[in-house]
Design a protein around this ligand. Structure first.
Ligand SMILES: Nc1ncnc2c1ncn2[C@@H]1O[C@H](COP(=O)(O)OP(=O)(O)OP(=O)(O)O)[C@@H](O)[C@H]1O
Length: 437
């Protein structure tokens, strides 16, 4: 399941999507490879090797989350992002941090189900087709009639035709136990109990044949899937490959100036609650217990006010790998616009192509966009690469709006002058820029 990429290969994969930030890429690449190394060890030693968790330090919007998310995708690992500050909100109770693990298990179950579904899909397609033929031709139709329908169906001749099928009724209400937020995730799951008590309820649905076939195939695959196996493999994936990204960890530091006056109980409390999770504990979920010893935690924060040394010493010890991410300057912003595989320029060009508009950017115009984004970041607020989104949206707003009215094949070229006209003037007025860019 976990492809054994070398650190060098991992970095070069990450390079396809993220510009610069080499140190951070190296650190996560080593962490991932270490897991693979650990899996090659004899059992006794394997249990001793704990993952080296990572602390990413850097301003907002410079690629911290993106690196972690891409890494997880590369490793086909279950991934979850949480904001540490979420746990300082009113109504917080210590055990809520365990919800992180429960949510990660749900992510893993969805991933595992998708993967296993692919293995049974051939069988499921045949069963789904039979059910659809029942609906189209009636269950008493002659073999000959069925065969005719089958042929038409396979040729796509019935794709748009509407049909009524009996599909599983999944619309049972989701119960929350009053006064116990999150309790519906706990030990008992009313949906499952009720689902069993009521049997497999179905209800009629009207769909096109194409949509019906997809739905029935999904249903038939689920029938063929061994639910216990799904859960077992999902829990295994969480325990051995799970990655949790904890953002804004700096915001739960009791800042050094405050510790003298007693510190901030709630923020420090959250650190204390997170500690066992990161150190390795067993969390009860409705699918069974999950050990967190080998889950990889990547904590991240800007650390403008607080310093990593303001974290609880035990937590610092659990985040031994420190990497700093550099702020993005004009050159990086220009590269981010063009180099990544799904860069913004490629996205907008492709989106407008669907309207028959042929959008091209002069290289000098891309330079101007990068320069403007860097300037606004410096004067208004530094939001890193996210600034490119607001600038591009503003630049292309008019074109985006009127694209469907253009004759097909219309070519539009973005020039530096156009960029200055649409965005540059706004950028000069800091007050306006605050609201619009
Ligand atoms: N170095 C980079 N290369 C390519 N894209 C980037 C880079 N840095 C940021 N981006 C893009 O900017 C957006 C925000 O980045 P990301 O979510 O990684 O921010 P972050 O550093 O985690 O900030 P925060 O701590 O505020 O969440 C994403 O769409 C991401 O693709």
């Amino acid at each position: 399941m976990n492809p054994a990429f070398s650190p060098r290969e991992i970095v070069s994969e990450l390079d396809r999507f993220i510009v610069g930030q080499h140190d951070a890429k190296r650190a996560v690449a080593i962490a991932l490879r270490n897991r693979w190394r650990r899996q090659q060890l004899p059992d006794a030693l394997r249990e001793e090797v704990l993952p080296k968790n990572i602390l990413m330090i850097g301003p907002t919007g410079v690629g911290k989350t993106e690196i972690a998310r891409r890494l997880a995708r590369l490793a086909q690992a279950p991934f979850l992002k949480v904001e540490a500050t979420k746990f300082t909100e009113v109504g917080y109770v210590g055990r809520d941090v365990e919800q992180i693990v429960r949510d990660l298990v749900e992510v893993a179950i969805t991933m595992t189900r998708e993967r296993l579904r692919k293995q049974v899909v051939a069988k499921a397609e045949i069963a789904a087709e039979d059910r659809l033929l029942d609906a189209l031709a009636g269950s008493h139709a002659s073999a000959d009639t069925r065969q005719k329908f089958r042929k038409m169906l396979r040729e796509g001749a019935l794709d748009e035709r509407e049909v009524e099928i009996q599909a599983a009724d999944t619309a049972l209400p989701n119960f929350d136990i009053p006064g116990m937020p999150g309790a519906q995730m706990g030990m008992l799951n009313l949906n499952e109990i009720l689902g069993k008590a009521l049997g497999n309820r179905t209800k009629p649905r009207r769909l096109t044949c194409k949509a019906a076939l997809d739905l029935l195939t999904a249903e038939e695959s689920d029938k063929l899937l061994d639910q216990e196996r799904v859960v077992k493999e999902a829990i295994g994936a969480v325990e051995n490959h799970g990655i949790v990204f904890i953002d804004e960890i700096d915001k739960i530091c009791a800042r050094s100036s405050e510790t003298h006056v007693g510190g901030d109980v709630s923020r420090e409390g959250v650190q204390r609650d997170l500690l066992p999770l990161i150190e390795g504990t067993t969390v009860a979920t409705k699918h069974g217990s999950v050990r967190t010893d080998h889950v990889l935690f990547i904590a991240s924060g800007a650390f403008h006010l607080a310093k990593p040394s303001d974290l609880l010493p035990e937590l610092q010890g659990r985040l031994p790998i420190r990497v700093e991410l550099a702020p993005l300057g004009r050159d990086e912003l220009v590269r981010i616009l063009t180099e990544p595989e799904a860069s913004l320029i490629k996205q907008y060009t492709a989106l407008l192509a669907t309207e028959g508009v042929d959008l091209t950017f002069e290289p000098a115009a891309i330079d101007t966009i990068g320069a403007l984004a860097a300037e606004i970041n410096a004067t208004v607020e530094n939001i890193g690469a996210r600034r490119l989104h607001t600038v591009m949206e503003r630049l292309l707003e008019e074109i985006s709006f009127s694209a469907p009215d253009q004759p097909p094949g219309t070519a539009i070229t973005i020039t530096p002058a156009l960029v200055r006209e649409r965005v540059g003037t706004l950028a000069q007025t800091a007050d306006l820029a605050k609201f619009i860019l």
